[in-house]
Design a protein around this ligand. Sequence first.
Ligand code: ATP
Length: 262
Amino acid sequence: MNGAEEPGEAPPDGGAPLLEVHDLVVHHGQLRALDAISLRVFPGEVYAIIGANGAGKSTLLRTIAGLHRPTTGSVLFDGTDVTGLRPERRVTRGIVMVPEGRRLFESLSVEENLKVGAAYARQGPWTIERVYEMFGWMRERRNQPTAQLSGGEQQTVAIGRALVANPRMLLLDELSLGLAPVVVQRIYGMLPQILSTGLTVLLVEQDVSQALRVASHIHCLLEGRTTLVGRPTGINADQVEAAYFGLAGAAAPGPVPEEGEA
Ligand code: ATP
């Protein structure tokens, strides 16, 4: 199928998925924002959701985090159905989101924002001290209100705030939004270090080339539907473009098989 594949192909070692989304349907009022979305994310992966404005990317991430209630479908984390759990209960299980637009408490200091992130923290390697070890400048500016930081610095604090909760799965919503390309590169450059602590990442990104650079899997949405799933190495630019913009004709990826279908 031209490199496209079943949503969340099993890894070679045959391990169990950390996150499973089954046939998720989500409405905003009358609008069907997500239509039968399924995916599986395996431990250690960087799984990227791509798509144009309004494709449903944030709705998907927010539903996984517990901020939207699906009409039908389910979310399983580490084999347990978490569909009915409140967001903070998902955080204590290890699902932690860095929201679009960062959503820091801007009048609070860097350290106070990090303490907010630790409120529902699991036991684990990440502490505020560890975040300071990773980002030295943050320690120096820990008493400064985050409103005084640059966009890239604020994004880094938002990531630090998520890390101190000791996530097993980090949900990253549009890290690159409003940031200069060089800053985006720097922020994505932190991913390997973060992943080396055993984390799994599900991210939303409008910048397709950025997503292709960092992801082990790409999942494209268009108007709430899956149009392409595959490894960046197995899909070409034409397929991505067709899936992203819904272009009929050449290089269209074709339907993604249902789960369980070979
Ligand atoms: P963007 O990159 O612009 O954030 P997206 O792919 O993340 O786009 P969503 O934000 O998930 O898309 O939005 C999907 C659809 O749902 C859009 O048509 C949007 O207008 C609508 N929508 C999102 N949130 C709400 C809401 N709270 N109430 C009503 N409609 C909403």
